[in-house]
Design a protein around this ligand. Structure first.
Ligand code: 26Q
Length: 836
């Protein structure tokens, strides 16, 4: 009996063998049958031991989720069985983050169960919204990088590619955010408090990870106990990844850390019961919490242990699977493609070398060739200070064998550089994997580039800047390895599920092939001037705004006016993303209305949402300022019905799914050259918002696809930002631009921060005294110009909607299906493996 059958049976101790279910749900397209009520009721009775009459939303959610899981479990097994039999080249996506969000509604949509589910919910008088809200968001990621990983899994499953995700099963995901007196406050995200119907633990496939030292956790931080080797156990926790149409169901395997079962009997018999058990606590600490993306995390030993733990577990697992179907190690690169999501899993280079040298017994050259051809690396940042570098000392203590391998890789790299550029010691120093200094560091990006066959950036401009500046020396040495793969998003979650009104309006116009072939959206272009279609798209936007407003009111009591322009900026709070620039724009509009109360200006609601890394003080200051701005405007009767600022706490996938479809305007206003790609920009575009933004990241390609005349672009280019580095002076803008001066004077007068002079001082420092690193003042006037163009277009709803339609019609390129097709063809050499 397979594990899945065993697991299924465990839920129905009194049921007949699952043969019946196999017949019902085993093969062919999934059908909902008359017995689904029975499935639901069985789960209520046997799992929760409650009668259908007395249940609450949480029990409803669990029973419905389990019924849906029953429906997919046979397909899930068949998928793995097919891969085992056909032995295709498999794709392994290694990522420290998978920002999944909720699964129930997504799985219902992808299994094509929606019509039947709706009928079922209606018949059983289930409050759909309340029931769905019982599922916690799986927030196992910080932002774009983690969400990208989740979108890629959806696309791989939909395209029937044999892909698998490997990550960590954090007990606590990204912290939860509340706002207290305008400031961000963090709370732990205990998302696994209740049983998770989507998780299948597979202890029989556990792996052991060896360390050259032991660890202790004291006062919340990790301490290394030198010279005492130790083991950790990785337990796989699998989650289904349902492809659209329910044909392929791939797996996301998350590793939970645990102590080995060998109990320390000596300590136990000496009466040290508690401390022997406390050791287990230490082991489980490793996957306890997701690290926030900030500079303080870089120095944390536990993060480094997490990264190695992910790599060691995942490689052991995929090598074991490879060995089951293949006898020759030489075939590994033909059967396995390992994609490294940023440098976080780049210890894979050393770990795979170790396996091939020490376990397979291969020679260096062969092991190196296999390693390089199996691995590929994606870079997500240009900021040199954000590139991971770990102390060499940690390698020495925790994984001495890996260090030996890395030093040998570095030595050979040095030989290559010396042979090509004799005597160029500067270049040698810049390029080497080990950075010399007081405390030598290992440059993880260099390790990843040297030890793989492909390095890609995530938008055209980013890939170019990566080659031309961030890792120029390595690009000179290995030019053929560098390529671009512009990011994408899954249209299933971000259009079909999040925006049913717009989705059906599109389907009515061009049929539903777009769901799996987004190039089809091009067919909407001729309809940009069609009165009927324009009216339908306007209606869909109005409905989405109403839906959002209704949800907002019922969940938080906040009332917003849906007849105003919904103007949104939602993403991690960071100086380079420039939420502060958006704040300056709002102050400028406020100032204009104050000066000229009769001014003709369309009423606006500005939405902000996003989290600041807990140790990033300036980012937290920006949140405080935006909340103060919101409160001041709310308290000013002259602003009523004209301007409104709303900071929505606790940004997460589910909030994005609600707000993005309701937005009219998307702000993508990073300092040019800083945003690798962006992906919320694509979500807004696909949902018919117009973009006001800078020429940065993928926004450049979006404007190119839709036509710049359908975008509101403004600001310095990346080249201009770079060129201004020597002489930029924010004071010049204060002195020479009246509106910039008025805005700053208002802020510095304490208008928005009464009795909080420390907030004013800090803002002065960011924008003026500290040199305005991110060029807020340089871009403010052109932002205001673009905003004026936007306001005037909004007055002509037919013209506005026409542009929105052209945006939607041009968004097909930004489907993650296209991105994954490019990875599969150019990097992985992988093909679909459909189920029989
Ligand atoms: C590193 C070391 C220690 C602790 C944390 C980290 C860490 C964690 C997360 C570093 C970076 C991240 C996340 C980065 C990220 O989300 N980058 C975004 O990736 C998107 C997908 O490619 C891009 O669209 C965005 O432009 C980029 O900012």
């Amino acid at each position: 009996m397979s594990n899945e059958q065993r697991a299924t049976e465990a839920h129905y101790p009194h049921q007949p063998a699952p043969d019946d279910m196999m017949r019902e749900y085993g093969c062919g397209p999934i059908k909902f049958t008359g017995s689904d009520d029975a499935l639901y009721e069985r789960h209520l009775l046997f799992d929760n031991v409650v009668a259908p009459a007395d249940i609450g939303c949480r029990e409803q959610y669990e029973a419905i989720a389990r019924a849906v899981r029953d429906i997919l479990s046979q397909r899930w097994l068949q998928t793995e069985e097919t891969y085992g039999r056909v032995n295709p080249k498999r794709i392994y996506y290694l990522s420290m983050e998978f920002l999944i969000g909720r699964s129930l509604s997504n799985n219902i949509v992808n299994l094509l169960l929606e019509p039947l589910a709706k009928k079922f919910l209606h018949e059983h008088k289930v409050d759909e919204l309340a029931m769905l809200a019982e599922e916690p968001d799986a927030g196992l990621g910080n932002g774009g990088l983690g969400r990208l990983a989740a979108c890629f899994l959806d696309s791989m499953a939909t395209m029937q590619l044999p892909g698998m995700g490997y990550g960590l099963r954090y007990e606590y995901g990204i912290f939860r955010q509340t706002i207290v007196n305008g400031w961000q406050s963090e709370q732990p995200d205990n998302w696994l408090r209740r049983p998770d119907p989507w998780e299948i633990e597979r202890p029989e496939e556990a792996v052991t990870v060896r360390f050259g030292c032991s660890f202790e956790v004291r006062a919340g931080s990790l301490h290394i106990v030198e010279g005492v080797p130790s083991n950790l156990i990785g337990i796989p926790c699998d989650r289904p990844v349902v492809g659209y149409g329910g044909k392929t169901i791939n797996t996301l395997r998350l590793w939970a850390s645990a102590a080995p079962d060998t109990f320390d009997f000596q300590a136990f018999s000496a009466g040290e019961f508690v401390s022997a058990l406390a050791e287990r606590l230490t082991a489980e600490t490793v996957t306890r919490v997701l690290y926030p993306d900030d500079s303080t995390s870089m120095g944390q030993g536990l993060r480094f242990v997490q990264e190695y733990f992910l790599v060691a577990c995942s490689l052991a697992d995929l090598v074991r699977r490879f060995r089951q179907g293949n006898s020759d190690w030489k075939d590994l690169p033909d059967k396995v493609a390992i994609q490294l999501n940023d440098t976080h899993p780049s210890l894979s280079v050393a770990e795979l070398m170790r396996i091939l040298l020490d376990e397979a017994g291969l020679g260096w050259d062969e092991a190196w060739d296999i390693t390089r051809r199996s691995l590929a690396y994606t870079n997500h940042t240009l900021l040199p200070e954000a590139l991971e570098r770990w102390p060499l000392r940690w390698f020495e203590l925790m994984m001495p064998r890996h260090l030996e391998i890395i030093l040998e890789i570095d030595r050979r790299l040095g030989d290559e550089v010396r042979a090509r550029w004799p005597g160029d010691n500067d270049r040698l120093r810049r390029i080497s994997i080990v950075e010399q200094g007081q405390q030598p560091l290992v440059r993880m990006a260099h390790l990843a580039i040297v030890g793989s066959h492909s390095t890609n950036g995530v938008a055209a401009i980013h890939s170019r800047l990566l080659r031309e500046s961030t890792v120029k020396d390595l690009a000179d040495l290995f030019p053929e390895r560098f390529n671009n793969k512009t990011n994408g998003i899954t249209p299933r979650r971000w259009l079909l599920l999040a925006n049913p009104g717009l989705a059906s309006c599109i389907t009515d116009a061009i049929g539903d092939r777009w769901i799996t072939d987004m190039a089809e959206l091009e067919r909407l272009k001729p309809l940009a001037g069609d009165r009927g279609f324009v009216a339908a798209v306007r209606l869909a936007k109005r409905e989405a705004k109403l839906r959002f407003a209704h949800w907002l009111k019922s969940s938080s009591g906040i009332v917003v006016d849906t007849s105003t322009i919904f103007d949104s900026q939602v993403k991690r709070i960071h100086e380079y993303k420039r939420q502060l620039l958006n704040g300056l724009r709002i102050v400028a509009l406020y100032h204009r209305l104050k000066e000229n109360p009769n001014m003709d200006m369309p009423p606006r609601t500005f939405f902000f949402s996003g989290k600041a890394a807990p140790a990033y003080h300036v980012a937290k200051l920006i949140i405080k300022f935006l909340n103060n701005l919101a409160a001041t405007i709310d308290g000013d009767p002259a602003m009523r019905g004209r301007l409104r600022v709303v900071f929505l706490p606790e940004y997460c996938v589910s909030l994005a799914e609600r707000l993005i479809p309701a937005s009219d305007v998307s702000n993508q206003i990073s300092t040019a050259g800083y945003e690798a790609s962006g992906t919320s920009n694509m979500k807004f575009m696909m949902n018919g918002a117009l973009t006001i933004g800078t020429r940065d990241g993928a926004t450049i390609e979006m404007a190119e696809a839709a036509g710049e005349e359908n975008f509101f672009l403004f600001g310095l280019t990346a080249e201009q930002v770079a060129a201004s580095r020597g002489w930029y002076n924010p004071g010049w803008h204060y002195d020479n631009e009246p509106e910039t001066r008025a805005v700053l004077d208002l802020i510095l007068s304490g208008q928005f921060c009464r009795y909080e002079p420390e907030v004013v001082d800090a803002l002065r420092n960011v924008l003026l005294v500290g040199g305005d690193t991110y060029r807020h003042l340089a871009d403010l006037t052109s932002y205001m110009d673009a905003d004026l163009r936007l306001q005037s277009l909004y007055g002509d709803q037919v013209a506005w909607t026409g542009k929105a339609i052209l945006n939607i019609a041009s968004s097909g390129r930004f489907s993650s299906d296209r991105t994954i097709t490019d990875y599969a063809n150019d990097i992985w050499g992988a093909k679909p493996c459909p189920l029989a």
